[in-house]
Design a protein around this ligand. Structure first.
Ligand SMILES: Cc1ncc(COP(=O)(O)O)c(C=O)c1O
Length: 304
C-alpha cells in the first residue's frame, strides 16, 4: 500500500484504548499521527481542494490563513506540495515550536497581538483579512466561517469513527476552536444514530463559555471566541469548559502513566472525558479526539 501524495496519507488515524479506570470503554483518535501533525490536516486539505475546484484559489495564488498554529502548519505543508506561497498570521501566545514549524515548511509567519477579538485590527484574524485584501490573487481559507471546514470532518473523521467502532460509539467528545470538528464529525455521527451523545470541550473562560465575557487563557487550539456558525450548526448535547490548570496538569499524567504525549487541547479533552465518564456505564463506548502532540509544546514546560 502506498500513496502518490502526502495529501492522500491524511486521515485513517488509529483509535486506541485509554484506560482512565472509569466504567466505559474510551478510545482516542490519534490525530497527531497525520502528516503535518494534527487534526487540521483534514480541514486544510479539504478547504484548499474545494477552493481549487470552485476557482477561488487559482494557479500561482497565495494562500492566507489566521491560525492558532495547526491549521497554518497543515496549510503550509499543502502549499509546499501544491506550489502555492503561504502566509500565516498567528497570535504571539502560540508555541515557539509551532511558529518555527510554519517557517520550516516555507510559510511566511506574521506574529500578532494576543486577543480574543477577531475584529481587533492588531489581532491575527483581522491582520489576515487585511493581508488578503492587499495581496493580489490571494485566497483566505477563513476556517472560522468557511463551511467546508465542518464538511471536511463530516466526510472523513465522522465516517472513520463510525466504521472503526462498528457503529457502537455512544459518546463523542472533542475540543472546539472553530467548531469544525465537533460540527462535522458530530453531525455525521448523529445522522447515523441520533442517540449518540456529542460533547464539546471549550476553554472555561472563552467567549462562548463565559456567555460573552471572556478572560485570557493559555490553552491553544480550543476556545470558542466568536459567534461560530459551525458551533451554531453542531448537534452538541453538552459543553464542558476546562481551565488552563486542569488541561495542563493532566498532560504530565497522560505522558508519564499512559504514554500519550499530548498538546493542551487534548489535555482538556482527556480531563473532560475522565470527569464525564465517571457517570457512564460499562456498556458505553466513548470516542475522544487527541488533536496534536506534546512535541509542539515542549518549551512550554507542561511535562516537567
Ligand atoms: C490541536 C487542536 N485541537 C483541536 C482544535 C479545535 O478544532 P476545531 O477548530 O475544528 O474546533 C484545534 C484547532 O486549531 C487544534 O489545533
Amino acid at each position: 500500500m502506498y500513496y502518490e501524495s502526502l495529501i492522500h496519507a491524511i486521515g485513517n488515524t488509529p483509535l486506541v484504548a485509554v484506560n482512565f479506570g472509569t466504567p466505559p470503554r474510551i478510545y482516542a483518535k490519534l490525530e497527531y499521527l497525520n502528516p503535518a501533525g494534527s487534526i487540521k490536516d483534514r480541514s486544510a486539505a479539504f478547504m484548499i481542494e474545494e477552493a481549487e475546484r470552485t476557482g477561488q484559489l487559482k494557479p500561482g495564488g497565495t494562500i492566507i490563513e489566521a491560525s492558532s498554529g495547526n491549521q497554518g502548519i497543515a496549510t503550509a505543508m499543502i502549499g509546499a506540495i501544491k506550489g502555492y506561497p503561504v502566509i500565516i498570521t498567528v497570535s504571539e501566545k502560540v508555541s515557539k515550536e509551532k511558529k518555527t514549524t510554519l517557517a520550516a515548511y516555507g510559510a511566511k509567519v506574521v506574529i500578532c497581538k494576543p486577543t480574543g477579538d477577531l475584529e481587533d485590527p492588531e489581532g491575527y484574524y483581522a491582520t489576515a483579512v487585511r493581508i488578503h485584501k492587499e495581496t493580489p490573487n490571494s485566497f483566505m481559507i477563513a476556517q472560522y466561517f468557511n463551511r467546508d471546514n465542518p464538511r471536511a470532518h463530516y466526510y472523513s473523521l465522522g465516517p472513520e469513527i463510525w466504521n472503526q467502532t462498528g457503529g457502537e460509539i455512544t459518546h463523542f467528545i472533542a475540543a472546539a476552536g472553530s467548531g469544525g470538528t465537533i460540527c462535522g464529525a458530530g453531525s455525521y455521527l448523529k445522522e447515523r444514530n441520533k442517540n449518540i451523545v456529542v460533547v464539546g470541550v471549550d476553554a472555561a473562560t472563552s467567549y462562548l463559555s463565559t456567555k460573552g465575557h471572556p478572560q485570557p487563557y493559555q490553552l491553544e487550539g480550543l476556545g470558542v471566541d466568536y459567534d461560530s456558525p459551525h458551533v451554531a450548526a453542531a448537534p452538541i448535547d453538552e459543553f464542558i469548559g476546562v481551565s488552563d490548570e486542569n488541561a495542563i496538569a493532566i498532560l504530565k499524567t497522560m505522558a508519564h502513566k499512559h504514554g500519550f504525549l499530548l498538546g493542551p487541547s487534548s489535555g482538556a479533552v482527556a480531563y473532560a472525558a475522565y470527569e464525564y465518564s465517571k457517570k457512564l456505564s460499562p456498556k458505553d463506548i466513548v470516542v475522544i479526539i487527541f488533536g496534536d502532540s506534546g512535541r509542539a509544546y515542549l518549551t512550554k514546560n507542561y511535562f516537567e
